[in-house]
Design a binder for this molecule. Structure first.
Ligand SMILES: [Zn+2]
Ligand SMILES: [Zn+2]
Length: 314
């Protein structure tokens, strides 16, 4: 019998590892804030409407996992933070959350924010393509197999069941880079459940079996994803009555974040064993190396060439 709270082993997976480190709503928003120029405590406080104690906690966490570093000063206000290389390489992921937000947000288009690609000078929606053939990387065209780092491991996911989706404080620019997307899907468990579908799972027992998710958490997230229009429930057996879930078009558009988090996890969290999973782009047959590109000119997007602009309503 497994003692209560003891680590259960799950298949090594770069998305799961990435979500365990940075997949909670506030960590994602703090990182988004850093990409929008936040360096000081007060800038994050203002920018993302985060409570003081939560912000202190997340900054300490992101420093501990090596995504941010302290650069100068001391005390709450004197201290400034900078993205490390590891943190900065979450930029493609931030762009893919922004893309999702842009495609599915209910906001009026005139209030939507813009990303400007300095190289072509255009406002654009970033896309994700295969580095080898430059075709879009769609989930249906990606196969996966065990990589050199495949195996079982403990996944350090917090055992809390709370969704932790809190209402932002009034006036906070929570949509500064990816706020809406993060609100729809931004907790670790919800994203992990979604990622399971891209691994071919459709049924409650399969998902529970893979990740050892507590039944109340899994039931809650499936319900949330159905309510958000990301999953549809379908009967696959009438007697006995059994149902499974399928991803909607809206959920398929979350796949780019799964790919960028995989790439980030492969690089920063896999260790000497190597990638747990190898992805192949079926269209060209090459190992899939996803690249986030400008939707206008097709050029790879580098952080210093992308600027963020908030458009005002007319
Ligand atoms: Zn390809
Ligand atoms: Zn461009």
């Amino acid at each position: 019998m497994t003692p209560r709270g003891a680590a259960r082993l799950v298949p090594a997976n770069s998305v799961a590892r990435a979500l365990a480190q940075v997949g909670d709503r506030w960590s994602l928003l703090v990182i988004a804030g850093a990409f929008c120029g936040a360096r000081r405590f007060s800038e994050w406080r203002r920018g993302i409407g985060i409570a003081t104690n939560v912000l202190s906690n997340r900054l300490a966490h992101l420093v501990a996992v090596g995504c941010l570093c302290k650069v100068a000063g001391a005390g709450t206000e004197g201290q400034t933070y900078a993205l490390t290389d590891k943190g900065a390489e979450l930029f493609p992921t931030a762009l893919m959350y922004w893309r999702y937000d842009r495609l599915w947000s209910k906001r009026h288009p005139m209030q939507a924010d813009e990303l400007i690609h300095a190289r072509c000078g255009r406002s654009m929606i970033p896309a994700i393509v295969c580095a080898h053939c430059r075709a879009p990387a769609f989930a249906r065209e990606v196969r996966f197999a065990d990589g050199p780092g495949a195996g079982m491991e403990h996944l350090p996911m917090p055992r809390t069941s709370r969704r932790a989706i809190a209402a932002p404080e009034d006036g906070a620019a929570t949509d500064m880079l990816m706020g809406n997307a993060v609100d729809a899907i931004g907790d670790r468990w919800t994203q992990l459940v979604l990622a399971s579908f891209f691994l071919g799972e459709r049924r409650y027992e399969q998902i529970r079996g893979r990740w050892h998710i507590a039944t109340n958490i899994l039931a809650d997230r499936l319900k949330l994803l159905v309510a958000n229009g990301m999953l549809e429930r379908r009967l696959y057996s009438i007697n006995p009555e059994r149902s499974e879930y399928v991803l909607t078009a809206r959920a398929m558009d979350i796949y780019p974040t799964v790919l960028t988090l995989t790439q980030w996890g492969d690089k920063w969290l896999a260790g000497p064993a190597g990638k747990p999973m190898l992805l192949t782009h079926v269209r060209c047959g090459a190992e899939l190396e996803p690249v986030v590109v400008c939707g206008h000119c097709g050029g790879a997007l580098h952080r210093h060439e992308v600027s963020f602009r908030s458009r005002q309503a007319p």
